[in-house]
Design a protein around this ligand. Structure first.
Ligand code: ADP
Length: 551
């Protein structure tokens, strides 16, 4: 830019100089022409006086010093010419200056002579005898004049060129330097010539606007990061082609994304057919869902296209951990199937017995046995339905039940006395150890824990066996322990007996009226009280189940 300014200033200066020189030479040329003509006239007046007095003798020995003198007779013929032979010269009446001199006494003109290839100035005067005396001189052309002045012109031109160069260099620096050294970070702190001030004000305004927008963007980015950082759902932002723009920590753990992966294609970081399907779907503008199993967990992945003006600008990938939801769903399905199955057997029995009775196909002696069967099966159904209701009540948190101080020892005493007929029938001795132990809890649920544990201890016992219930206070827990000398539980089944409808020996459990839900109720009720259950069992020797409630 500095060079351009320099060249322009220099160019203008040189052009100005040449134009002024031309104008000056033209004016000078005109002036010199006027002076030469006046001088020619004076010389002619002197010569005409000489010719008037001396006639042709005047021309003898005359020093003409570059002038040409011609004497024209009254008939137009040339009487004398200082350059050419008068005999060979044509009639001169037609010459402009001669015509004017004859009519007005004096005439002058200037002409270009093709024969002599020069320009001439002419002055003519009519003498008293009617003849005309003419004096002429070569007039220098503008070119010749310029050539004559070439040396001073060159000197002046060189000086002007030097001066213009210095001036152009100085001016271009003066214009460009402040621009080159502008402090663009603080436009209004620059001290420059006033023509730049509007530009600097504009710059300052735009910088403030950009800073504001930057701050807004940063704030939004921080908000977004803070929001997504704590989320358990993985969020990945991709451009429309699938290149990674941003991801939150949950997504980084899943897809191995993160700072280093920014700008890379998601499939190059985490190659997966599931992700590829999602990208294809979202890339064509369709909301797409897929399920991905990863490290024994299940994720629901959704890909939503970000559309604006009918164009896809990006893709938002969301990963939701649905492992718990899926397993709950599975449990629910299994539970429904189990309930249907458990209800089907007694219902079929009742329905079969009822049909036989209704059709009179049962002999009067067998009627009591059939009626007992119907009664037993319906009792089993009632127990099953009651257990299901208890479980679903526990699943919903049992929020309607009241929390209070409960004496665990008294509760166990009450349960044992309620179960003693059953224990007697089974030939099992049952005893209670311990002392009054107060626990803050739900009396009804604590009662069902004691009941189910004692009931199992009697049911899965042997004749002549025993059940010992103990309630004691440990260092940091209150323990309810039910120990029996029964059949025991195989080690492989010990972890599963708390599952709904799980029985070690299905037919035996059914025979003795088990529903397979007792220990599930115990587990839920204990969990609601913050309690932990331990099982200690040896096959063929007996089982001890302990529930510890935090103090
Ligand atoms: P059920 O109604 O069949 O007794 P539970 O949920 O109470 O259902 O118990 C599940 C299974 O655990 C029982 O079917 C039984 O096989 C086993 N079980 C529970 N308690 C005992 C115990 N004290 N001794 C031996 N086996 C037991």
């Amino acid at each position: 830019m500095t060079k351009r300014i320099f060249r322009t200033i220099l160019g203008v200066a040189v052009c100005m100089f040449l134009a002024s020189a031309l104008l000056f030479l033209t004016v000078l040329y005109d002036y010199f022409s006027g002076v030469q003509q006046a001088h020619l006239k004076t010389q002619l007046m002197l010569a005409s006086q000489g010719v008037s007095h001396e006639g042709a003798g005047y021309f003898e020995g005359l020093d003409l010093a570059g002038y040409r003198i011609t004497w024209i007779g009254t008939d137009g013929g040339v009487l004398y010419d200082s350059v050419s032979d008068p005999q060979e010269m044509e009639n001169h009446f037609a010459r402009e200056e001669v015509k004017q001199a004859l009519s007005e006494g004096y005439g002058e003109s200037s002409r270009y002579s093709p024969t002599l290839t020069r320009r001439y100035l002419y002055s003519a005067k009519r003498l008293s005898d009617g003849t005309v005396l003419r004096l002429s001189v070569t007039q220098n052309s503008l070119f010749v004049l310029t050539l004559g002045m070439l040396q001073p012109i060159c000197v002046v031109f060189a000086a002007a060129l030097l001066l213009s160069t210095l001036l152009a260099s100085h001016l271009s620096k003066k214009i460009a330097d402040p621009i080159n050294h502008l402090d663009l970070d603080a436009p209004l702190h620059n001290h420059v010539y006033e023509e730049l001030t509007p530009l600097l004000h504009r710059l300052d305004l735009q910088q403030r606007q950009i800073r504001n927008q930057e701050n807004q963007l940063k704030r939004k980015q921080t908000e977004f990061e803070a929001l997504t950082k704590g989320m358990t759902e993985g969020i990945v932002l991709l451009d429309c082609k699938g290149f990674l723009l941003s991801s939150n920590p949950a997504a980084d753990r899943l897809f191995h994304t993160g700072e280093d992966a920014l700008g890379k294609h998601i499939l190059s970081i985490y190659p997966s057919p599931v992700l590829s399907n999602l990208l294809t779907g979202a890339g064509s503008g369709i909301y797409t869902e897929e399920v991905l199993s990863l490290e024994s967990r299940t994720y629901r992945l959704t890909a939503s296209p970000v559309m604006e003006g009918g164009l896809i600008h990006g893709i938002v990938l969301l990963a939701l951990d649905v492992t718990e939801k899926e397993s709950l769903e599975k449990l629910r399905r299994e539970f429904t199937a189990n309930v249907s199955h458990e209800l089907k057997t007694p219902l079929h029995t009742i329905s079969g017995c009822g049909e036989l009775l209704a059709n009179g196909m049962v002999t009067p002696e067998d009627i009591p046995a059939f009626s007992k069967r119907i009664y037993t099966e319906s009792q089993r159904m009632i127990r099953l339905v009651e257990d299901i209701i208890s479980l679903s009540h526990l699943d919903e948190g049992a929020g309607d039940l009241q929390w209070e101080d409960v004496d665990l020892f008294a509760l166990a005493e009450k349960t044992i006395s309620a179960l003693s007929p059953e224990a007697q029938r089974a030939g099992v001795a049952i005893k209670l150890e311990g002392e009054k132990t107060i626990l803050y809890g739900i009396s009804q649920l604590l009662g069902s824990i004691v009941y189910n544990l004692c009931d199992n201890a009697i049911k899965y016992n042997r004749e002549g066996g025993s059940v010992t219930v103990s309630v004691k206070e440990e260092e940091d827990a209150l323990a309810l322990c039910v120990a029996d000398t029964g059949i025991g539980i195989p080690a492989a089944d010990q972890s599963r007996i708390f599952e709904r409808f799980y029985r070690v020996d299905k037919s035996h459990s059914r025979e003795i009226g088990g529903t397979g839900l007792g220990l599930s109720i115990v587990k839920h009720a204990a969990r609601l009280h913050g309690g932990a259950i331990t099982v200690d069992s040896v096959l063929g020797e007996g089982t001890t189940i302990t529930v510890r409630f935090p103090k």
